[in-house]
Design a protein around this ligand. Structure first.
Ligand code: WTA
Length: 654
């Protein structure tokens, strides 16, 4: 291996080899990877079975590896039994009970560490509290919390007793929370008085109370963690403080063995149409992938301090905060607040002080911090960092190079990891000790993952650089099992396009001559704002729910920091607002969407129109609207439009 980075003349072809010293110490070396690829290729099922036997402590070993009799509802390790919490906690107690599991830093600056033994005791106490409140295996529990250790404790406690958690991001509004509670039919809600974010208090309990006044009849109990200590209303007979719930509970709790396919969690994610989908994950397959990729991709070694900055409200916070690194016995960092509080050096200060060695974040954060200049990161000692990661959206080469030079000091490999809520864990990624990375490419599928790019007919696109649908040809253990309560939608969304032959990710991609994948973006109407998927349909429904809005169309527009931003076209009841009126209404609508869905869904721009461009069959021409929002030339034929004249108005010309 070459110590120096290879840089060719053509920008797009820059390639960066890991340093020989990195490769030498890495868990996966070039030869190992080749062996793994060969093994997986020769026997796909056998490859995963072997990993599952070695990587999971089973209470009852499995004999069936893959059940494809109900394809595309695949099932893995179907007759095995295990407990996920036991595999994340108890398995470490003998060898490293005193090892730090979590280092937590609150936004106000408070710190707390929990060893594996302490974390296990807290999880057990809370699991006992859940049982005392009548929660049993299979019950759904909603977790709506700030990024504090109790969020992970709650998730692990659910797993310990076989309850199915569904974490709702703390930035979502009362309405979004209510929809998820109702869809999941949840029996319990776990929340906090509030959380700290950007120097403000996020009023979680207040939002929860609003949600619960509105048709969440299945909720019997609300457990409230005291975090910010401001006054909150407690409802007699329904609400109980976390500290009261665990008071007197024993700090041991026998993990309940569940079937390999028992749902570990539901996580709601946006699709192109309709309400959010409750993506359902399994226990064994999910755990296997989470643990394995934590070790392979982040190269977690015993003395590593791993910081994945994602909130537990997103899948990244599930797989690479709450489950994977713990199953791998690592030390993780959790930070409660905003990256720019009190200033843009907060992330780097945490890296310096907690001696973070592996740092995993999103391109939107990298771009935002890059914009603040090099001075801040340069004023901190980042020499503990040895590996960097990126996830959530394509990372543009400029941001990649900045990450590489200013944060990684040209020393640290960067793993650009492609995956989805639905895939459960990382699918396409460099391996840090092996892959010669190219800025902007997530490189190759992991061993055991059979990715491909196909055309409209489902045939492999084999000319380099031609784009197509990103698909996964063979089932893999961590794949989603279904959409909660709507299996038809599962099949329709991910399989039907190519007659159930392979999983359709919904992204377009192309492959270069080296077999490296480049993700080009979503093919459906999903906006990726700051790495968070939002269905344009959801934002449209929220807009139309406003009493003065008749019709709305939402499209995405590139944004320097957020990757994409939301742009909305709105048709008003009555006269089209102009001047000051327009500004005031724009603000009103933005706030309205914020209330309906949460601040991340607020449109960046709104344009009022008398009408929207439609085909003669009444379909809104979204492609046109996208072009207008982006200020692009309209090249398509517009003469088929029912109301061609509207285009000038939409461009702001009349
Ligand atoms: C996008 C987040 C390019 C992609 C783990 C995918 C990426 C969606 C990458 C899933 C990447 C994620 N390069 N695009 N490395 N990672 N995406 O479900 O469009 O929140 O389909 O899961 O994010 O978003 P989700």
């Amino acid at each position: 291996m070459n110590e120096k980075n290879i840089e060719s003349i053509l920008k797009e072809q820059r390639s960066f080899l890991p340093a020989a010293s990195f490769t030498k110490a890495a868990r996966i070396k070039p030869d190992d990877l080749e062996t793994l690829y060969k093994e997986a290729e020769a026997d796909h099922k056998g490859f995963w079975a072997e990993r599952a036997r070695r990587g999971i402590q089973w209470d009852k070993p499995f004999s069936t590896v893959l059940d494809d009799s109900n394809a595309p509802n695949y099932a893995w390790f179907t007759d095995g039994e295990l407990n996920v919490s036991k595999n994340c906690l108890d398995v470490h107690l003998d060898a490293r009970g005193d090892k730090t599991a979590i280092i937590f830093e609150g936004e106000p600056g408070d710190r707390r560490t929990l060893s594996y033994a302490e974390l296990t005791a807290e999880v057990c106490k809370f699991a006992n509290a859940l049982t005392a409140q009548g929660i049993t295996a299979g019950d759904r529990v909603i977790i709506y919390m700030p990024m504090v250790p109790e969020a992970v404790i709650a998730m692990q406690a659910c797993a310990r007793i076989g309850a199915v958690h569904s974490v709702v991001f703390g930035g979502f509004s009362a309405n979004a929370l209510r929809d998820r509670i109702v869809d999941a039919g949840a029996k319990m809600l776990i929340t906090a008085d509030g959380g700290n974010r950007g120097g403000q208090i996020v009023e979680l309990k207040q939002a929860a109370d609003t949600a619960l006044t509105n048709g969440c009849d299945t909720i019997e109990t609300v457990i409230v963690l005291r975090r910010t200590a401001q006054d909150v209303a407690m409802h007699e007979g329904r609400d109980i403080w976390w500290h009261d719930a665990v008071d007197g509970q024993p700090d041991t709790c026998e993990p309940v063995p569940v079937n390999a396919e028992h749902p570990l969690f539901l996580l709601y994610t946006s699709g192109s149409t309709g309400k959010p989908k409750g993506v359902q994950h399994s226990s064994a397959g999910y755990l296997l992938h989470a643990r394995l990729t934590s070790k392979w991709v982040f190269d977690l070694q015993d003395d590593d301090i791993f910081w994945c900055t994602a909130d537990v409200g997103w899948v990244t916070g599930h797989t690479y905060v709450a489950y994977g690194p713990l199953a791998a016995g690592a030390t993780i960092v959790m930070y409660e607040g905003a990256p720019v509080f009190p200033d843009g050096g907060r992330f780097w200060k945490i890296c310096q002080e907690l001696k973070v060695t592996v740092f995993y974040t999103a391109p939107t954060a990298i771009r935002a911090l890059m914009k603040l200049g090099d001075e801040l990161p340069l004023s901190y000692d980042l020499s503990s960092i040895r590996l960097l990661g990126s996830v959530g959206e394509p990372i543009n080469p400029e941001a990649w190079i900045w990450y590489h030079e200013v944060i990684g000091k040209e020393r640290c490999p960067i793993v650009d990891t492609w995956w989805q809520t639905e895939t459960g864990g990382i699918m396409l990624t460099p391996l840090p000790g092996v892959t010669a990375t190219k800025p902007g490419s997530c490189t190759r599928p992991l061993p055991g993952i059979v990715a491909d790019i196909v055309d409209e007919e489902g045939n492999t696109v084999d000319s380099p650089d031609a784009g197509g649908y990103l698909v996964i040809r063979k089932p893999w253990p961590a794949m989603l099992r279904t959409i909660w309560g709507d299996n038809d939608r599962y099949i329709e969304t991910y399989w039907e396009k190519f007659q159930n032959r392979f999983y359709v990710a919904g992204d377009s991609a192309h492959c270069d001559a080296d077999g490296f994948f480049w993700i080009m973006g979503r093919i459906d109407d999903v906006v990726n704002v700051s790495g968070h998927r939002l269905g344009t349909m959801e934002v449209e429904s929220a807009l139309v729910a406003h009493k003065r809005v008749v019709e709305a169309a939402v499209v995405s527009r590139p944004h320097e920091i957020k990757g994409e931003s939301i742009f909305a076209y709105v048709v008003f009841r009555g006269d089209r607002p102009v001047g000051d009126d327009e500004e005031a209404l724009e603000k009103e609508l933005r706030d309205w969407v914020g209330e309906q869905l949460g601040a991340i869904a607020k449109p960046d721009g709104i344009r009022f129109a008398d009408n929207l461009p439609k085909t003669r069959s009444g379909k809104i021409m979204r492609r046109l609207l996208r072009a207008i929002a982006r200020g692009e030339e309209i090249t398509q034929d517009t003469s088929t439009l029912e109301n061609e004249a509207i285009l000038d108005q939409l461009r702001g010309k009349s």
